[in-house]
Ligand binder design. Structure first.
Ligand code: GLN
Ligand code: ZN
Length: 773
């Protein structure tokens, strides 16, 4: 049992967390089979335990001195925390008591994650500024709290049995409540943080239970400490940690901050008798704050980027770390955040261009970097053959990089240097409106969709067969054309006003473009968890961006040839392409964004020249990259908006530019969205009951707006009445000439059985409300 009496043994080389979906996404497969009724709870347990054992074995073999546990999850770490704290929303209390696996009641757990016949799941939202989504805890004045520590205790026991020095990880009380939303029945003055003091007692119980199990260090994740916090908030943080620090029986506490600079919160945490603090030196400042704020608190230096994949320049990083050696407490070295955000292992990517592969470190390679830095920092580097080899490899990689990665291409640099302010500017909005109305001749409240139509098995298997070489280009082309023809015919028969080709040729809205643009590479199995069992394979944006040939023109032109109605061309915007890729870090993102924007500008010009009258450039991730601290937001929005405008401003006044965004919390970014200068902006709105109309009424909006009237995240088919009601609400906030009618997002995840009637109702709702104008 550990106590606070003697200073705890330093952590040493570690990481804050490790991927958990399985090297071959085996957890995904088993869970999805379980949900279909084709696997048992015992199967889930077996797979989960194998994934955890692989993680333990890999991390200890790499030489970590302390191995994080309880970073495994069957779905999401915030949902795990809801279970840990017993903070189950009362609406789920009748579920459960069924199968259990890995210390978790599966029925209750998946009911909260995925919903039941009569309960909506917990809401899902993005984890800070990443593309990972967590489930939002619902906390009310009466939500119960009661510790259930089975999962961390089980994972700790597994590690101990495997002879591993284990460090359980939990989400901390401040972050948990900061990310929670108020339960629907809570009084309007209530906020989840009102229950902080009470919740701290559950953490106290947890610390005692961990101490009883012989846990030496516990890691308490508090990424919310890198956000803007006022003095009152910091005082409350201090109070909670002082309470926990005072416990006589507890493990040593490491408070882990990441995704930004925690300098402002340091004094509050370090003066509260915590034993260690983890800092993100990649997203935060790499230079040490004054030694006095740390006291004797040990510092875990997040020196290896846990979110991006470029190899660390170890020599340079070591130089930065040496500046921290003036601090009184022991130093350890870690990843900047959990490695959840990067794939497992780049050594399996045999299809990657060798220069790119040699420049990249996925989770397993990052373990080696952390260990090498730790050994070198503590002066053991020269005796450690692994560390010596890592430093030599890093030096080699930083020498070859630029030359072989497609960087420093003169023609790209010259084009970027030649960008003028005018390239980001179109004719005045009134001029465009008149020219477009004349050309398009659309009715009031025009109807359209966001781009994709259901990706049927036939479409997916045609793409897979083409990729595998089982069907030739001509056959593939034919199948896609047949699909496009069906989608166009369907839209005509439904009576939609602006048609799309349906995007059957796209595996993913970013990967599709990454495969066609120069400067990008794609991986074979570089999967990263996005939410639950859903994984994405972010492309590697390693070099200068070029567009060797048009990417979408032939599909759009073919679709347009089948109809007299206006056809909308579909592109993914520069900010979203950056957000969902691993982006080179040797130049400002703004420059990389402009390079992508120039490539898209060429595509836009080609679409216009092919006679396409409407071009939509999707930016669903515009908001995701918004910096966590207010002070940094303006600069980001400036370059993001500028890149979008560069991509879209090369067209004539009578070409209509659309954009699409996937969220409804408009407020803080509404000016930037209007600043994109799109003629029409479609946004998710149905799911949140048109919440955004209040922001629109408050701030005004210059362009036309299509607030979604069909929630495509649900299999439910809304009636024409439902949609007409939403539209009427919209006509009260926007002038009718400003209003478009569309679903919340693309239809690719839905089936035709739902989409056909839903779109028919959408067209009918538009007709009804149009008649009332
Ligand atoms: N055009 C894309 C589609 O319809 C947009 C997807 C998105 O917004 N995420 O699928
Ligand atoms: Zn969307």
């Amino acid at each position: 049992m550990s106590t606070t009496q003697s200073p705890p043994r330093p952590i040493g080389a570690t990481v804050l967390g490790y991927p958990r979906i399985g090297r071959h996404r085996e957890l995904k497969r088993t869970l999805e089979a379980y949900w279909r009724g084709q696997a048992t709870a015992a199967d889930v347990d077996r797979t989960a335990s194998a994934v955890r054992h692989d993680a333990l074995a890999t991390m200890s073999a790499a030489g970590l001195d302390s191995v994080p546990v309880n970073t495994f999850s069957l779905y999401d770490q915030l949902l795990d925390t809801v279970m840990l704290l017993g903070a189950v929303p009362p609406r789920f209390t009748n579920v459960g008591g069924g199968a259990s696996a890995s210390g978790t009641d599966l029925d209750l757990y998946f009911a909260m994650a995925r919903g039941t016949d009569d309960q909506q799941p917990l809401e899902m939202t993005k984890w800070f500024d990443t593309n990972y989504h967590y489930l939002v805890p619902e906390i009310g004045a009466a939500t119960p709290f009661a510790l259930d520590a089975r999962k961390p205790l089980l994972e700790h026991a597994e590690a101990v049995a495997a002879g591993v020095r284990s460090r359980p990880v939990v989400v901390g009380p401040w972050t948990f409540l900061s990310l929670a939303k108020s339960a629907a029945d809570a009084p309007s003055t209530f906020t989840p943080l009102d229950r902080l003091t009470e919740l701290a007692e559950v953490y106290a119980d947890l610390l005692r239970a961990l101490a009883d199990a012989g846990v030496e260090w516990v890691q308490i994740d508090e990424p919310a400490l890198v956000r803007d916090l006022d003095a009152t908030a910091l005082a409350r943080v201090h109070q909670v940690y002082r309470r926990l620090g005072e416990l006589s029986e507890r493990p040593a506490m490491l408070v882990a901050t990441y995704f930004g600079d925690a300098t402002d919160a340091l004094a509050a945490v370090c003066s509260a008798r915590v034993d260690g603090i983890a800092l993100d030196l990649v997203a935060g400042s790499p230079a040490p704050p004054p030694a006095r704020v740390f006291g004797t608190t040990q510092v875990v230096l997040g020196a290896v980027d846990g979110r991006n994949v470029w190899r660390t320049d170890l020599e340079q990083r070591l130089g930065e770390l040496r500046a921290w050696q003036a601090l009184p407490g022991a130093l350890s070295v870690s990843s900047s955040c959990s490695l959840l955000h990067v794939p497992y292992d780049v050594s399996v990517e045999t299809g990657l261009n060798p220069a790119v592969r040699a420049s990249v470190a996925f989770a397993d390679q990052k373990l080696g970097e952390v260990v090498a830095l730790q050994r070198a920092l503590s002066g053991e580097g020269s005796d450690d053959p692994g560390a010596r080899a890592a430093f030599a490899g890093s030096a080699g990689a930083s020498r070859t990089r630029a030359a072989d990665l497609g960087r420093g291409r003169d023609e790209v640099a010259q084009r970027v240097a030649a960008i003028r302010a005018d390239d980001r500017r179109r004719e005045p909005v009134e001029v465009r409106r008149v020219a477009q109305a004349h050309r398009l001749r659309l009715p009031a409240l025009p109807t359209t969709t966001i781009g994709s139509f259901p990706q049927t098995d036939a479409v997916r298997s045609a793409r897979a067969a083409h990729r595998a070489g089982r069907i030739d280009d001509a056959t593939y082309e034919e199948r896609m054309q047949a699909e496009i023809a069906d989608v166009v015919a369907l839209q005509e028969s439904l009576g939609l006003d602006v048609l799309v080709h349906g995007e059957p040729e796209r595996n993913d809205m970013v990967q599709y473009f990454a495969e066609l643009l120069g400067g990008f590479a794609t991986t074979g199995s570089g999967w990263v968890q996005s939410y639950g069992t859903r994984c994405v394979r972010p492309p590697l944006l390693h070099g200068d961006v070029t567009r060797p040939q048009p990417m979408t023109v032939r599909w759009t032109r073919y679709a347009a040839s089948l109809t007299d109605r206006p056809m909308k061309g579909m592109l993914t915007g520069p900010v979203t392409i950056l957000a969902w890729s691993f982006v080179r870090d040797d130049q400002p993102r703004a420059t990389t964004a402009d390079q992508v924007a120039l490539a898209l500008r060429d595509e836009v010009a080609d679409l216009e020249a092919a006679g396409v009258p409407i071009i939509q450039v999707d930016e669903p991730a515009l908001r995701e990259l918004l910096p966590l601290r207010r002070a940094a937001q303006q600069a980001y929005l400036e370059w993001a908006v500028a890149a979008f405008r560069l991509a879209t401003s090369g067209v004539r006044a009578d070409t209509q530019v659309h954009t699409h965004l996937c969220y409804s919390e408009f407020g803080e970014v509404i000016d930037a969205i209007d600043g994109l200068g799109a003629d029409v902006t479609s946004v998710e709105a149905a799911r949140s009951g048109m919440e955004l109309l209040a922001d629109v009424a408050l701030h005004g909006f210059a362009g036309a707006l299509g607030p979604g009237v069909y929630d495509i995240h649900s299999p439910r088919v809304p009636s024409a009445d439902d949609m007409a009601a939403l539209l009427r609400a919209a006509t009260r906030a926007l002038s009718p000439e400003q209003l478009w009618v569309n679903p919340d997002c693309g239809l690719k995840t839905r089936g035709y059985a739902e989409v056909r009637p839903a779109l028919a109702h959408l067209v009918e709702a538009a007709a009804r409300v149009r008649a009332e104008l």
